[in-house]
Design a protein around this ligand. Structure first.
Ligand code: CMC
Length: 455
């Protein structure tokens, strides 16, 4: 690895023996170990040496790359960025420092922070032509749909002049994306309201500027509440990166072909939007609306456990955390702080607390190690601040952009990186004889559409 990511460790370690029980043939498979975390079986050469493939839908047991950005120990509820714990970063650093850390691998000195922050501030405006792009969307369009389109469209503005093999170009793309995401997100919100597009202000911090772009209007002075600005900053820090999650892996996969970085980030936004990932914060509020009152919590806890019911407790469970999501702990405290400052007595928060209390004592949730995740609280904070639910995932995307772009550039400079090209377990028809159109009647074999398309 080159660039700032030399610290990755990939020592060879003990090997493993694979035996084909039908032939007794054995192969020695090399092992590998990172600086921390699980031991790995290095199957890079498995297919070449044995003709065998591995099967792992959802990548539950597969490390798709090596990385030195973020470390998670899900059993212990640990999350480190470049070795620093998330609670320390959230309580002692701001989002700009966190961005610098993720991109450049060290916390910045005061001079580095000033220079980095100034550079970001000088890329916050969007091209007038890009601003016109919004006009093509319905006012009622979901802001995440607009984000996918507009961020993808950035690639049209910066394509021929973007050479991803040049470090200066990669850095410029990273800074531009971090700088423009709040402007693009705020414009999506203002567009839905029919209000004029906001102008970024360089005298404000990243989070203050984000707040003012979302909530100010040209007719009135907007006073920034420092507690809310700090809460926004924490939300951004807590969402900044989370190693190889679905959206980050999507960005890496898109980028592995050498695709335009802005288009790669748009693919990450698309993946983030799903309710099992970043869309969960919006889904939590919808779920609380549906539950309605504390006396109905037990009914919904039972629904979540019913195998014949597709209902899940949104904001609960995580692929990696099987103890507690450390981001949720910080978010919970911030949530209470914000509601206190705003003097909001939110019955939905009380309902959320009741739900959390009951679920944490329930044997189903205990056995399956399902705890509240970061999205359980972030929606409640953002609602209290005045964000409509449809904007919650946009805020997540603004925070996660630095993580996506850090992984993208880390991948490009890793000499082990190749185009991502998974294999499959083929479950379709064997080769069969082609039937001309005029000879095709109803075949004797019944086609089960529900098998092909779902119920
Ligand atoms: N409510 C009820 N049951 C659940 C839930 C839930 N929220 N989450 C998992 N389970 C059950 C699931 O039915 C399964 O049971 P069984 O073993 O009997 O089939 C078991 O727990 C394991 O679930 P899984 O879906 O195999 O686990 P996964 O690792 O594939 O999925 C998850 C992780 C986050 C997608 C899932 O827990 C979920 O859908 N949670 C709700 C959505 C949510 O809050 N997502 C935000 C994740 S955090 C933000 C981010 O990083 O994106």
């Amino acid at each position: 690895m080159k660039d700032a990511d030399k610290s990755v460790d990939n020592r060879p370690t003990d090997s493993f023996t694979l035996t084909d029980n039908s032939t007794n043939e054995t192969w020695t498979i090399p092992g590998r170990v990172g600086k921390m975390g699980n031991r790995l079986i290095d199957i890079k050469s498995l297919y070449g040496n044995t003709g065998l493939l591995t099967y792992d839908p959802g990548f539950t047991s597969t490390a798709s790359c090596r990385s030195s950005i973020t470390y998670i120990n899900g059993a212990k509820g640990v999350l480190l960025h470049r070795g620093y714990s998330i609670d320390e970063l959230a309580s002692k650093s701001d989002f700009m420092e966190t961005c610098y850390l993720l991109l450049y691998s060290e916390l910045p000195t005061p001079e580095q922070l000033t220079s980095f922050t100034n550079d970001i501030k000088h890329h916050t405006l969007i091209h007038e032509q890009l601003a016109r792009f919004y006009q093509g969307f319905m006012r009622s369009a979901h802001p995440m749909a607009i984000m996918v389109g507009v961020v993808g469209a950035l690639s049209a503005f910066y394509h021929d002049n973007t050479d991803t093999t040049d470090i200066a170009h990669r850095r410029l793309a990273a800074h531009r994306l971090i700088a423009k995401m709040p402007t693009i997100g705020a414009c999506a919100y203002k567009y839905s309201l029919g209000l004029p597009f906001p102008t970024p202000r360089n005298d404000l911090s990243y989070s203050e500027n984000l707040l003012q772009m979302m909530f100010s209007n040209p007719a009135e002075e907007y006073k920034i509440n420092p507690v809310l600005a700090r809460a926004i900053d924490k939300i951004l820090i807590l969402h900044a990166d989370h190693e190889q999650n679905a959206s980050t892996s999507t960005v890496r996969l898109a980028g592995s072909s050498g695709a335009n970085p802005y288009a790669c980030i748009a693919s990450g936004i698309a993946s983030l939007w799903g309710p099992a990932h970043g869309g969960a914060n919006e889904a939590v509020l919808k779920m609380l609306d549906e539950i309605g009152s504390a006396d109905r919590v037990h009914k919904y806890i039972a629904k979540a456990q019913d195998k014949n019911d597709s209902f899940r407790l949104m904001g609960f469970g995580h692929r990696v955390y099987k103890n507690y999501d450390p981001r949720a702990a910080v978010m919970r405290d911030t949530c209470h702080e914000v509601l206190k400052v705003l003097g909001i007595h939110d019955p939905q928060l009380e309902l959320a607390m009741k739900l959390e209390e009951i679920a944490l004592k329930d044997s189903y949730f205990i056995e399956k190690k399902l705890y509240p995740n970061v999205d359980f609280y972030s929606g409640i904070i953002m609602k209290a601040m005045g964000f409509p639910t449809s904007m919650f995932t946009v805020m997540f995307a603004i925070g996660r952009t630095v993580g996506w772009i850090s992984h993208w550039k880390e991948m490009l400079v890793d000499e082990e990186h190749r185009i991502g090209r998974p294999r499959q377990l083929y479950a379709g028809e064997k080769q069969r004889k082609y039937i001309p159109l005029d000879k095709r009647g109803h075949t004797s074999k019944k086609t089960s559409w529900s098998w092909l398309w779902g119920k």
